[in-house]
Design a protein around this ligand. Structure first.
Ligand code: ADE
Length: 272
């Protein structure tokens, strides 16, 4: 049985011990999740404000610190969850996702955050649910690979789980009926996109709906571990010359939006 020496209670009552790594086997995990048994939902946000709002809603919380990051286990809307702020960028996101998988054996993975719109139809305040995720700054073109293609992988984009996508769309419509929801490709890279030229490159090369800095890394880790995932992104800016101004103005609203949608997804998953 894997122990979690870093775990300490935050008060509020008991919670079952984390399960052994052996249970992380993809097939068994999928079967159990399907039957609603041993469900555990991993939730990642890039930044503290996004995660803070969800943490406030957790019951029976206990925290573990691994790799200088805090991981919060508890119940959210009746669902067992483990929650973390991964920090900015693809490496931070990948490390956090793999740590969650190795230490907590989740059955589902939800990433929530904000993004820049790459599509004129998608406005600030709208929501994007990932169909798949690509790394827009990955380039081995010198050896004949298309932009974004990682050698050795049988796919360019890492596909989100159909069930989680549907749930995310329905949850968004339920909690924010006034918001437009779009399903499409999310493009990730280690750069804040704030020029029309860069925006144009990403939009046309990848046919992506929005750009951000973590989703494809989490998606790649989920793919390697055969874990169902979805990325939710509330649009904070248009990835153009005004992005640096729009982003801070919208961050708080978007964080609330994301927290409400994730909570509703957990409620629905717990209800079966
Ligand atoms: N997250 C929110 N807006 C973004 C942008 N314009 N570029 C990258 N990440 C973002």
């Amino acid at each position: 049985m894997a122990k979690h020496p870093g775990m300490r209670p935050l008060g509020g009552g008991g919670i079952a011990s984390p399960r052994p790594e052996a249970m992380a086997r993809p097939f068994l995990r999928a079967l159990r999740a399907k039957r609603g048994r041993d469900m555990k939902i991993a939730i990642i946000g890039a930044m503290e404000p996004e995660v803070e709002l969800l943490r406030e809603r957790l019951q029976y919380v206990r925290v573990g610190t691994y790799g200088r990051r805090d991981y919060y286990e508890g119940m959210l809307e009746g669902a067992p969850v483990v929650l973390a702020a991964c920090g900015i960028g693809k490496v931070s996101a990948a490390v956090c996702a793999q740590t969650l998988i190795d230490r907590f054996a989740p059955t589902h993975l939800i990433f929530t955050g904000i993004a820049g719109s790459l599509d004129a139809r998608i406005d600030i305040g709208d929501m994007v649910v990932s169909t798949d995720c690509v790394q827009h700054d990955f380039n081995v073109g010198e050896f004949g690979y298309p932009n974004g293609q990682i050698p050795g992988y049988d796919t360019l984009g890492f596909e989100a789980d159909a069930g989680l996508r549907k749930l995310a769309v329905e949850a968004t419509r339920a909690v924010s009926p006034d918001i437009s929801v779009f399903e499409g490709r999310v493009a990730s890279g280690d750069q804040f996109v704030s020029s029309s030229a860069q925006k144009e490159f990403i939009a046309t090369t990848f046919s992506a709906l929005c750009c951000e800095m973590e989703g494809a890394a989490v998606a790649q880790v989920a793919y390697l571990n055969e874990l169902p995932f979805v990325v939710l992104r509330a649009i904070s800016d248009k990835a153009d010359g005004l992005a640096g101004v729009d982003y801070p103005n919208f961050e708080v609203i978007a964080s609330h939006q994301g927290a409400d949608v994730v909570s509703e997804m957990c409620r629905r998953l717990a209800a079966g």
